[in-house]
Design a protein. Structure first.
Length: 595
């Protein structure tokens, strides 16, 4: 089967879903372009400011489409085959992830652009709000742990490509550091000179591409420079990346986050556009001549109900592919920054639902990097970043770009996407600590950021877990499943809160089908996975045993928080049997209004 065929069919499915189901959601949610929105009524040209949808789409998409839709599909494709992964991406993004994103966005917009946690507080209880915030913070910790270590691993060691060229992790590290320096320079110039954003983009985007070429020429190899092992070098990079997170979360947004997000967004579109163009050219070439490196799908479409390492397809597929099918992280973006910039409710379909479907395409392209491999290929056993870089290098090869340069391009694209996640997660974690502790100002900023960075560091510096073959397991792989389960459970809890809001204000049966059923499904598979982690961690040979493995302990905490939030939601449904007497902003008697 031709990879281009799969991509075209998937694109048609997602486009039809946008036109048909997206329009249905718009009608059910009663999106009204004439209804005043917070970006207009609360405009301060700082946090609240309406912007054109084409700009907001780019900003929102670059924030949500980080490394998740790359790592998850690649891991699941290798574990179970590409067919179940593809089906989940399509079904999940259309009926669960897209619904989650657009409803989280519109719920925030209709509640003065408050966070989804504050919406939960308004329609449930103050206790629900605190539990929800705590759960979000714990989930953010494991996002930071997984993504920090997966990037650190790409900065170490070397990889020999099929054409004999060598890619060194030190070269990727140099390119990555140059990439981080460029937004700082850009931010300073935009702040203190008359340089416009347009000209800054024209100047600095080519410099980002130049960093890909320069990096391998001056590799920053920690292991060779300081005489340490590769494992020690990875740990060192873990520390340095968390220091970056610490700084990025407290410096003014104009200095790093805004210009980096701007450049990162364009780079994301360039990476995806180049990959899809390569697939298009290679696929057509395969149809016509039968000769193309991306024409034929070689990897197994289905490897069985259990992976080689004993993981069951259900529920592991649904938490391994988090971003790309559904992601609780998206509700934090939608209700955090995007809702404060939405021009009018009519744009919510494109920004909320459309961006999620676009992320589905990103996930499918990433899955394509697995499809083109042979089932027994040595490349399939590499880290997801390396598989992704190999895939992009192969796709770009159809455009005449050397494999070594295309591979380096893929690695920098991968690390760039991760920076988006690390920046936002650390800053969100800081906000949550400030809210929970009441600390404000510089003290609150440094304390909140410090706690959010130090806790992941503790997990990353723990002794490595050992697999059945006696080899250490990378920290990112140990915590990826936990990240996936917590992220999907966050989506489930957000959908529970949204279902409560919609039911209390609408009393329409469609609420149970559109948001209630997805909430139940995501809750079941996430809790199922967490229970497996607890069982495998604490019960060996049928007997309970205390373990030093942090995963079952963290899973226990997440299960407890999720159960308590669900109990609060059930209490609300049981106690509230009468329809609300006001509009969408009514706070039922006995409930605490947020804000």
């Amino acid at each position: 089967m031709n990879l281009l065929t799969i991509l075209l069919i998937s694109a048609v499915v997602l486009l039809l879903a946008y036109r048909i189901y997206g329009n249905l959601l718009a009608r059910l949610l009663k999106l009204d372009p004439t209804t005043p929105v917070p970006a207009v009524t609360m405009r301060d040209d700082n946090d609240y400011m309406p912007i054109e949808p084409k700009f907001l789409l780019s900003q929102h998409f670059s924030a949500i489409a980080a490394a998740g839709p790359i790592v998850g599909p690649i891991l699941a494709g290798v574990m179970f085959g590409w067919a179940p992964a593809l089906i989940w991406i399509l079904v999940g993004s259309v009926f669960i992830g897209g619904v989650h994103d657009i409803t989280a966005l519109i719920a925030s917009v209709r509640h003065k652009a408050r966070s989804i946690a504050e919406v939960v507080a308004q329609y449930m209880t103050k206790r629900s709000y605190l539990l929800f915030l705590t759960f979000i913070w714990v989930a953010l910790v494991y996002i930071i742990v997984a993504f920090t270590d997966v990037v650190a691993g790409s900065f170490v060691g070397e990889q020999e490509l099929a054409d004999g060229s060598i890619i060194r992790g030190g070269g990727t590290a140099t390119s990555s550091l140059l990439y981080l320096a460029l937004p700082i320079i850009m931010g300073l110039l935009l702040r203190y000179t008359k340089l416009t954003v347009g000209w800054a983009t024209i100047i600095f985007l080519p410099l980002v591409l130049a960093a890909i070429y320069v990096g391998p020429l001056i590799p920053f190899d920690l292991a060779a420079t300081f005489g340490m092992s590769n494992a020690a070098a990875v740990k060192t990079w873990d520390v340095l990346l968390l220091v970056y997170c610490l700084i990025a979360a407290v410096v003014p947004v104009w200095m790093l986050l805004q210009p980096r997000g701007h450049l990162g967004g364009y780079f994301l579109f360039i990476a995806m556009g180049a990959a899809m163009l390569g697939i298009l050219i290679g696929g057509v070439k395969g149809w016509v001549t039968g000769e193309s490196s991306v024409a034929t799908i070689n990897f197994s479409n289905f490897k069985g109900w259990t992976s080689d390492d004993g993981k069951a397809l259900v529920p592991m597929l649904f938490i391994t592919i988090a971003c790309g099918a559904c992601s609780g992280f998206h509700c934090l973006i939608a209700s955090g920054t995007t809702s404060k910039q939405l021009r009018h409710e009519g744009d919510a379909k494109l920004i909320g639902y459309g961006a999620m479907l676009m992320e589905g395409i990103v996930a499918i392209v990433s899955l394509g990097c697995v499809m083109i491999l042979m089932t027994d290929s040595a490349t399939a056993k590499l880290a997801p970043g390396a598989i992704y870089a190999n895939g992009l290098g192969t796709f770009l090869g159809e455009l005449g770009i050397p494999m070594s340069l295309g591979y380096s391009f893929g690695l920098l694209a991968f690390t760039t996407f991760v920076y988006d996640t690390l920046d936002v997660c650390t800053r969100l974690g800081r906000y949550i600590i400030e809210e929970l502790t009441g600390l404000k100002g510089k003290v609150g900023a440094w304390v909140g950021t410090g706690i959010t960075a130090i806790v992941p560091l503790i997990f990353l510096l723990l002794p490595p877990q050992i697999n059945a073959n006696g080899k250490p397991i990378p920290a990112w792989r140990v915590f990826w499943d936990l990240f996936g389960a917590s992220n999907q459970l966050l989506a489930a809890l957000a959908l529970v809160g949204i279902t409560v809001w919609l039911w209390r204000t609408r009393r329409q049966k469609w609420v149970w089908l559109v948001t209630g059923l997805p909430a139940v499904w995501m809750y079941i598979v996430s809790m199922w996975a967490l229970c497996i982690f607890v069982k495998n961690g604490f019960f060996k040979d049928g007997a309970f045993a205390v373990t030093s493995n942090p995963v079952p302990w963290a899973a226990t905490v997440l299960i407890a928080l999720a159960v308590l939030v669900l109990i609060e939601a059930v209490r609300v449904f049981i106690e509230d049997s009468q329809p609300p007497k006001g509009g969408e902003m009514v706070v039922p008697a006995g409930r605490v209004a947020a804000g």
